[in-house]
Design a protein around this ligand. Structure first.
Ligand code: NAD
Ligand code: UDP
Ligand code: UDP
Length: 311
């Protein structure tokens, strides 16, 4: 049993992580400014006395005692991270500095929720961890991509300079219940549109690809990484290598939700990566992990959740 701090714990991934760590008997402190997360995401866990919630913005210093830190605070969908791009970079960079400072003082182990976006619009496919990426430093996605890249730099410099016990995971597109219905991400958009009988909005020609991981698989990998052998810092890719075009995703959502919505095409946002698929050999060998939930099964769970949201 440990004292665990989760920043961004009221968000989509954070709420699932909180649930899992409480289930395992830990004390969990969730720190969140509720920018994209909500207390409702954790409402079912509030009766548990091992859970504590704190409204706090990680760009400001935080003095608490803890054994482990999962640093998830950061808006994750393009719509949300582009709403206030300066705050997005501050959250990644100042947030990382504060949480690393906290880890240094408490000698806590600290895990960073990094992202496949560090690979940008990749020229290497699928992406292994050794690939340095192709990122536009001044585009509309840069606040997120470069913020997350700088956070990785900070993690590795605190490791080299202060001998901090760090873990870095690069998360590929993840979906599941408790995604924000209006966050503009493709899975939530398509499902909401299908359930409400609205047009399914494909950006561009729909031939760009993504690889979608179900949230339970992702959380399993994140906890395995946190508790992996000392000295294994990562970065390690976690995601599901199953790769789909956005047109295939739209057709699958329509089929599984028995929707009559029609597909329409809208302009592709700038810097939108053409393709993305994780190489997960490292996670397989170091964490003995691979995803178990296929896209159809994960989408069925997610559609069932969104049916309750729209009703
Ligand atoms: P989310 O938006 O649901 O969660 C982010 C949480 O961070 C929210 O609860 C939000 O209120 C909180 N937050 C934002 N800024 C904050 C600040 N300054 N101080 C304190 N709290 C703040 O997104 P998510 O999908 O759960 O993503 C969680 C983490 O995982 C993020 O760091 C994201 O970059 C990373 N990630 C997610 C995915 C994915 O597909 N879901 C992919 C790659 C990386
Ligand atoms: N910090 C924090 N909580 C702590 C310790 C530090 O939020 O328990 C913040 C502190 O505000 C500092 C940052 O983390 O700005 C980096 O801390 P570090 O010790 O690395 O650097 P320094 O204090 O020397 O700037
Ligand atoms: N996308 C789409 N329709 C939507 C929302 C997104 O076609 O309603 C596309 C988007 O252009 C991108 C892909 O789906 O190519 C994944 O987008 P998302 O915002 O979910 O994640 P990211 O681009 O950050 O991987």
């Amino acid at each position: 049993m440990k004292k665990i701090l989760i920043t961004g714990g009221a968000g989509f991934l954070g709420s699932h992580l909180t649930e899992k760590l409480l289930r395992d008997g830990n004390d969990v402190l969730v720190v969140d400014n509720y920018f994209t997360g909500t207390k409702e995401n954790l409402a079912h866990l509030l009766p548990n006395p091992k859970l504590e919630l704190m409204r706090h913005d990680v760009t400001f210093p935080l003095y608490v005692e803890t054994d482990q830190i999962y640093n998830l605070a950061c808006p994750a969908s393009p719509v949300h991270y582009q709403y206030d791009p300066v705050q997005t970079t501050k959250t990644s960079v100042h947030g990382a500095i504060n949480m690393l400072g906290l880890a240094k003082r408490t000698r806590a182990r600290i895990l960073q929720a990094s992202t496949s976006e560090v690979y940008g619009d990749p020229e290497v496919h699928p992406q292994p961890e050794e690939y340095w990426g192709k990122v536009n430093p001044i585009g509309i996605r840069s606040c997120y991509d470069e913020g997350k890249r700088c956070a990785e730099t900070l993690f590795f410099d605190y490791n080299r300079q202060h001998n901090l016990d760090i873990k870095v995971v690069r998360i590929f597109n993840t979906y599941g219940p408790r995604m924000h219905p209006n966050d503009g991400r493709v899975v939530s958009n398509f499902i909401m549109q299908a359930l409400q009988g609205k047009d399914i909005t494909i950006y561009g020609d729909g031939q760009q690809t993504r690889s979608f991981c179900y949230v339970d698989d992702l959380i399993d990998a994140m906890v395995k990484m946190m508790n992996s052998e000392e000295g294994f810092t990562g970065p390690v890719n976690i995601g599901n290598p199953g790769e789909f075009t956005m047109l295939q995703l739209a057709e699958t959502v329509l089929k599984l939700s028995a929707s009559k919505s029609k597909i329409i095409y809208q302009p592709l946002p700038s810097d939108d990566p053409r393709q993305r698929q994780p190489n997960i050999d490292l996670a397989k060998s170091k964490l003995s992990w691979e995803p178990k939930v296929c896209l159809d099964d994960g989408l069925k769970e997610t559609i069932a959740y969104f049916r309750k949201v729209v009703s």
